[in-house]
Design a protein around this ligand. Structure first.
Ligand SMILES: Nc1ncnc2c1ncn2[C@@H]1O[C@H](COP(=O)(O)OP(=O)(O)OP(=O)(O)O)[C@@H](O)[C@H]1O
Ligand SMILES: [Mg+2]
Length: 585
């Protein structure tokens, strides 16, 4: 950004200057645009949906997820569900006076629901289910007299359901299930017409709507004799457990955001311009440092292909047509350089057919730019859950086996051994032939045989983490094995480990598997959309997954054993998997 100096000795000039500035700002964007821009600045989106929002546009009507009235250019709909949005909800949303639909469900939003939404008097629909929103439901929502649909289910909301919501006479859908709401459900007005489905999964709610008697000052009574209530109790405890874990991960997310996100400001060009050096591993990059740095200087927002907990990933295309992925990790502290250089040297020495190859890195004043082979198939999370093309059974098995081999290599064939610590589907990348490559050693901490294996950092993602890892923060090979078991279940079922359908039942994917096993229908876990299922392999694969997600770490197999089981019982054995760079290049 440029800096303009104005001489203040002529007051008239100065005033004209100020008016010009204010005027150009007013022309630059409408008030709705400004409110949305402020909303955008408080959140991050790892899928890049908000990258195309630009404050210099005259209005926000062409922005992703925004629909305006064609004449007035006022914002009518804000639809950004399922976009991995993370952060607190800005009260600025309350300035969208003509908003009719606010659809932000299934993201990672946290913090309070802004009471300023009361100013959006034309609101008809609020969908915020499946986030991590906390605090109480603002009673001010009761003034939204046009509201027809209000879904706040599967969040972390606490306190009472406000009486004022009973005034929402147009409400036809109301759902606050799976939160931490307490006390009597108001019987006034429209709330009386909703039944159990609108309220279940809140352990301390009571009222006629859910047939639980409210006793003065006491939590609603639960009869321990009936199996149904026992199941409810188990399910509710599991919900609370799951939500507490979610809260813990939110806390971890905020911590990461504070430590890393806010540092991710300086542009890449400035960073490189300030003095950078290139370190190349294997000596197999046919470019001079100068050439690489020149290319790095051309990167900007348009080249971003993703971002995660540790930084932004860019696509880097060289003049000879070779493509790389560049991961930018901001420097955290003084000791960062020494620690990372040592770590990267070891990671750079590892080459294996099922691991993403780290080619080298660029040392810039404020960040490390890690240069990886580019994997054109994207990540497994997207392929399984977001993209339309379907993975058939054999492709899924092949990916599982590849990922198992990559992880087994880290555990058993590297010296020192490496615990990945963040095994999840977004860290399994796919090459052009849909072969798996385990990516992202950004969180991997080397296991020195002479040191204690204890670490206090709980990395990884909720849903994949072994119970003992969540409790102690101690990562071991067996915590990776657990995450790998969850990954198998995800690939088999096509459902994310924290799919809303499990959380509704008060469980995660492992709990769901256990429920199916108890009903002797574990084969139902298989994704009904998956073609070419070879039923004779389902049981063998399930049995591997079940042993990996055992709650006792000792009972889990090693990754070597997992590979043996997968190869002997599910696939035909393969020849050597070690990376042959001559063949590849
Ligand atoms: N080598 C690569 N080739 C192609 N795409 C890549 C490569 N590395 C990363 N990406 C893309 O960039 C995205 C972001 O990666 P990143 O590792 O920063 O985040 P993540 O995997 O979602 O989360 P985490 O930070 O926990 O690993 C990935 O999901 C993937 O789609
Ligand atoms: Mg990753």
């Amino acid at each position: 950004m440029g800096i303009l100096w104005v001489k203040h000795d002529d007051p008239l000039c100065f005033c004209i200057f100020l008016i010009c500035i204010l005027n150009s700002r007013a022309v630059a964007i409408t008030s709705d645009g400004e409110a949305l821009w402020n909303f955008r600045n408080s959140i991050t989106s790892s899928d890049g949906v908000l990258l195309q929002w630009r404050p210099e546009d005259p209005d926000p009507c062409g922005w992703n997820g925004v629909i305006c009235d064609s004449k007035t250019r006022r914002v009518l709909y804000l639809i950004l569900s399922n976009h991995k949005l993370s952060g607190p909800l800005s009260p600025e949303l309350g300035k969208l006076e003509h908003l009719k639909i606010l659809s932000l469900h299934h993201n990672n939003l946290y913090g309070a629901i802004p009471s300023d939404l009361k100013n959006c008097s034309e609101l008809q629909t609020i969908y915020m289910q499946g986030n991590y929103l906390g605090e109480t439901i603002p009673s001010e929502l009761g003034s939204l007299s046009n509201l027809e649909k209000l879904d706040l289910s599967s969040n972390l909301l606490k306190g009472n359901i406000p009486d004022s919501l009973g005034q929402l006479v147009k409400l036809s859908l109301f759902n606050v299930s799976n939160n931490f709401l307490v006390g009597p459900i108001p019987t006034s007005g429209i709330l009386n017409s909703f039944a159990r489905n609108s309220f279940f999964g809140n352990l301390k709610l009571c009222g006629t709507q859910i047939s639980v008697t409210c006793s003065n000052g006491n939590p609603p009574s639960v009869n321990p004799q009936t199996p149904t209530s026992r199941r409810l109790l188990v399910s509710a405890s599991a919900t609370i457990g799951a939500l507490l874990l979610v809260a813990l991960m939110c806390f971890w997310g905020c911590f990461l955001y504070k430590r890393l996100g806010k540092h991710d400001k300086p542009s890449l060009v400035n960073d490189i311009g300030g003095g950078a050096s290139i370190v190349v591993f294997h000596g197999d990059l046919p470019y001079s440092s100068k050439e690489i740095i020149r290319k790095l200087e051309t990167l900007n927002e348009e080249h971003i292909i993703g971002s995660g907990g540790f930084g932004t990933v860019y696509k880097l295309s060289m003049d000879d047509g070779s493509v790389f992925a560049l991961k930018r990790i901001m420097k955290l502290n003084e000791g960062f350089d020494r620690f990372f250089d040592r770590e990267l040297e070891i990671l750079g020495s590892i080459k294996h057919r099922y691991l993403v190859n780290l080619r080298g890195y660029c040392n810039s004043p404020t960040s490390k730019l890690l240069l990886y082979d580019y994997l054109p198939g994207g990540n497994l999370d997207e392929v399984l859950h977001d993209r339309s093309e379907q993975l058939d059974w054999d492709a899924r098995l092949n990916i599982i086996v590849g990922a198992a081999k990559g992880l087994a290599y880290l555990h058993h064939d590297c010296s020192p051994r490496i615990i990945h610590r963040d095994i999840k589907s977004s860290n399994i990348l796919l090459d052009g032939n849909w072969e798996a490559r385990v990516s992202d050693f950004g969180l991997a901490k080397l296991l020195d045989d002479n040191e204690s294996h204890i670490t206090t950092i709980v990395a990884g993602t909720f849903g994949y983490l072994a119970p003992e890892y969540m409790q102690s923060g101690r990562a071991t090979e067996k915590t990776d094995v657990y995450s790998f078991g969850v990954l198998i279940l995800e690939v088999l079922s096509g459902k994310r480990p924290t799919d809303a359908s499990f959380i509704e039942k008060g469980v995660n994917i492992v709990g769901w598997l256990n429920l199916l096993i108890s009903e002797n229908c574990q084969r139902d876990i298989v994704d009904p959309h998956c073609g070419g299922v070879r039923s004779e392999t389902i049981d063998a694969l399930l049995s591997v997954a079940i042993s990996c997600v055992s709650s006792s770490a000792e009972e889990r197999p090693t990754m070597h054993r997992v590979v043996q089981l997968l190869e002997s019982e599910i696939m035909t054995p393969c020849t050597s998997d070690f990376h042959d760079s001559d063949l590849e290049d």
